[in-house]
Design a protein around this ligand. Structure first.
Ligand SMILES: Cc1ncc(COP(=O)(O)OP(=O)(O)O)c(N)n1
Ligand SMILES: Cc1nc(C(=O)O)sc1CCOP(=O)(O)O
Ligand SMILES: [Mg+2]
Length: 196
């Protein structure tokens, strides 16, 4: 699995950053009308195709199906409404969020392309009911996930990334560290180097 996993909140950022060499990118759109969400997903799909990057569509699994995307990310609540049979029939891979052992067991029972553990560190992006998991939990998750790849997410920075990978994460997912950088393109190149 790709070690660097970029998450962007708008297709314009994805368009700016994917050409830097990003191979795995999630489009995570919140609070936009469905038509705008679909416009951005279609654009992101085309940009990723041109650059040989894997697009992961967050939340909007039906749009992913309709727009011929092949990878979605679903949280525990998203899993309540997702049609997994339809996703499987269409050959769409899915990654699933987990925050405790019960969620991990549940996620693994769906045979996902990866499981994500978070928040590893405190995140500024969204309010979460979960305390930071810490690196020991990353190591434990890796052992419990078996051959299912493990994505670490939450409060990750360039400086923290090596420790998280060393603790057992197969991939590190990041939002704020890149988005708040003065030069996001340069920051992405640094991430790619650290994760190489
Ligand atoms: C790689 C990755 N891991 C976790 C999440 C969080 O998903 P979810 O719990 O559904 O929360 P939202 O992102 O939808 O707010 C993710 N998006 N990506
Ligand atoms: C979207 C998301 N999900 C998480 C989880 O733990 O499931 S943590 C998180 C935020 C990640 O953003 P940042 O890199 O800015 O902390
Ligand atoms: Mg979600």
């Amino acid at each position: 699995m790709e070690r660097f996993y970029l998450i962007t909140g708008h297709v314009s950022l994805l368009e700016l950053l994917v050409p830097q060499g990003v191979r795995l990118v999630q489009l995570r759109i919140k609070d936009e009308p469905e038509a705008e969400v679909r416009r951005q997903i279609a654009r992101a799909r085309d940009i990723c195709a041109v650059h040989g990057a894997q697009l992961v569509v967050n939340d909007y699994w039906q749009a992913a199906l309709d727009l011929n995307c092949n990878f979605v990310h679903l949280g525990q609540e998203d899993m309540e409404t997702a049609d997994f049979a339809a996703l499987r029939r269409a050959g769409i891979q899915y990654g699933l969020s987990t925050h405790d052992e019960k969620e991990l067991d549940r996620a693994l029972s769906y045979d996902p392309a990866y499981v994500a553990l978070g928040p590893v560190y405190e995140t500024l992006l969204k309010k979460m009911k979960w305390a930071p998991q810490g690196l020991e939990r990353v190591t434990r998750w890796k052992a419990m996930a078996g051959k299912t790849p493990l994505v670490a997410i939450g409060g990750l920075t360039l400086e923290r990334a090596p420790g998280v990978l060393q603790a057992g994460a197969d991939s590190v997912a990041v939002v704020t560290d890149v988005m708040q950088a003065k030069y996001p393109e340069a920051r992405v190149r640094e991430w790619l180097e650290v994760c190489r």
